[in-house]
Design a protein around this ligand. Sequence first.
Ligand code: FEO
Length: 173
Amino acid sequence: MNSRVETALNDQVLKESFSSQFYLAMASWSENQGLNGTAKFLYTHSDEERFHMLKLIKFINERGGKAVIPSVEKPPVEFENIVNVFELLLHHELMVTESINNLVDICLQEKDYSTHNFVQWYVSEQLEEEAMARTLLDKLKLIGGDAGGIYIFDRDLEKFVPQTNEAGADQAK
Ligand code: FEO
């Protein structure tokens, strides 16, 4: 495997791993606030990020590279409020998208077209995740701190099933 591509893929492993921990911290905080729907949504989202990480690890190893399992920075314990949680989530997803775009660039520069093809799954996944984060944040801004509104938002999230990128999910099994 091209060493520059391998390094960039391992860098993405670290980012997906931190995403999983970050959302786990948000889930735990939400649970302690009595926001059980939000907690359920974030626990699921944390699992998805772990899946994103695993998919990369398997790809690196299957292609003859060596996946590096990273140590992870400790995420925050406290958050200001639920709006702050979703602001941070959106901001974090935007950072991940930038990193995926950088990975695409490196694949093209190194003429590694099969990894480029693999990374396309993450490109579409990011589009979905960004859109979801924006929608939820917009709703919260509309609610504007109203307790009844937050109660309904949280109850709705309990039933929310995130859209998954099925084709890619199957590839990783
Ligand atoms: Fe795996 Fe939400 O980026």
